[in-house]
Design a protein around this ligand. Sequence first.
Ligand SMILES: Nc1ncnc2c1ncn2[C@@H]1O[C@H](COP(=O)(O)OP(=O)(O)OP(=O)(O)O)[C@@H](O)[C@H]1O
Ligand SMILES: [Zn+2]
Length: 618
Amino acid sequence: MHQSSIKRSLGVELTKSIKQSRVLLVGAGGIGCELLKNLVLTGFGEIHIIDLDTIDLSNLNRQFLFRHEHIKKPKALVAKEVAHRFQPGAKLEAYHANITDSQFNVDWFGSFNIVFNALDNLAARRHVNAQCLAAGVPLVESGTTGFNGQVQVVEKGKTECYDCNEKEAPKSFAICTIRSNPTEPIHCIVWAKSYLIPELFGQSEDNPAELDTTEDADNANEIEELRKEAKALSEIRSSMGSSDFARKVFENVFRDDIERLREVEDMWKVRAKPDVLDFDNLQEESASVKSTVSIDDQRVWTLAEAFYVFKDSADRLARRLMEMSKTSPGDAPIITFDKDDVDTLDFVTATANLRAISFHLEPKSKFDTKQMAGNIIPAIATTNAMTASLCVLQAFKVLQGNLANAKMVFLERSGARAINSYSLNPPKPDCAVCSFAQVRVSFDPEHATLGDLVGLLREELGYSGEFSIRNDYRLIYDVEESQLSSKLSDKGITNWASLTVVDDDDVDKDPRVNLQLIISARTEPSSEESKPVVLQGSIPDIPRKPKTAPVPPAEDVPITNGTSVTGKRKREGQDEDGDEPMTNGHVTKKAAGESSKSNGGELIILDDDDEGPILLDD
Ligand SMILES: Nc1ncnc2c1ncn2[C@@H]1O[C@H](COP(=O)(O)OP(=O)(O)OP(=O)(O)O)[C@@H](O)[C@H]1O
Ligand SMILES: [Zn+2]
């Protein structure tokens, strides 16, 4: 958009603050490329871009700033160079670096008006969240998976932070589901990939990550059964190389095992018993299957085809393993599942489908199996583009100081609307990440000890009871600590370290909220009388932890734990269809031809050729 149209749409005031803003963009991947283009074209005054990665062939389909000739070059630098061409007057700065590096300290974060996260991992997101809270800089957090997208505005003391809500643990499946009672195709795929392949060709794992091995009552019997079967399979394993190998595997898992399960009558009251598969029948039926069938990855194979691929891939893997033992005798060779290793993918697709058919579940194509087994959710350029635009719309509210109208926005396909937005919740009072007080402390790296720091907390900040000090990685001090004379630098505390003091006193003693200590190395030379650890600024008033969490205002839709993208969260009040009650957020369309109203305030008009302008009045 031309600058004068922007001024007309957004108003003089907002256009001016956009121009004067210094913003940081963390991540120049799928969302980052789109966002950078938006920021540059909207006229943001100064944009700093950071990304630790280099460009890969697989990025080119959606990270549109990158071309073939850029492969292996740093994303941040290329993104800067290419985006600069859109707006030659733009002031851009690029860093090919990790955002968690200590050079990007709190003061550096504090030099920006807004930070945008366009990251792909929890650790970096958490880090930026914490730094923005410490620096008091607003953060626009975003993420996408497939067709889903999410944008969240975070401002210390005013909104929930990224960590106010617990994040969902990676998905794992109960052993009994995988082993005995698969009810979805994914259960068969996980069985093939995380159980059968390791047992036959790899190292039998006691605790594969995808299996929940907690020994509760339900699982205990299964674990016992599993051990018995593992033994049978390891005997089969020793027949590898003989012409019987595939038959032995097949008869173990698709005949004997299924027969055993069919006898557990209780299991089949509400669903059909699994079918026993017959090796000889299928051998006959598969005689006419083309030897190239496994190349056909889009079409779901028939039972006979799956059988053919099973036998063929089992033989390929067995030959490979024997070859490997010959070339490196002594080491026990193993083959593990890799979605890009065709032999293992063929084996997983074929065995998962044989199992799916046996349990009356839907078999999957090799292509789908690859996505599911590799936990791949394809990135979708359109979702990234829409999410990046929503980030900019939210940034406008932040710049206008209009947080009351800023929103948590979700893009989704399942609900009635593609875009849903919700008022921002106030910070969770018991969130250890954002409910904190903060002090700055300078220290003399050569002399300061843990005792000096603990002394400062006791004497100047009034900590009398039990408390502990930790950093992101470990405990530095607690009441049992005896090494008070160790130097802080020996404890890994360097310039710009951030430590958290946790008041461990009982609730009845009215413990303080967490205290964040930002520690910087002293710049002026130490004199004889200067203390090794010195509080900067005045003594802060550290609030007490709330006893019970206050109820959020009634008009807000509470946002709690669940599934989504930036933090894998789901909203309370959302029913199974994904239709949630809407409160404030809504998207309305303005009749085509109506003129755009520019009040420099809350209305944002987007031009849409087909439908007329779209008014986002959120
Ligand atoms: N700690 C970090 N510091 C700087 N940049 C980071 C950090 N962690 C992740 N990133 C960057 O964030 C970007 C996230 O983009 P995106 O989700 O599109 O991932 P991708 O790796 O480019 O693509 P995909 O994972 O889908 O193949 C990546 O370019 C990645 O290098
Ligand atoms: Zn929080």
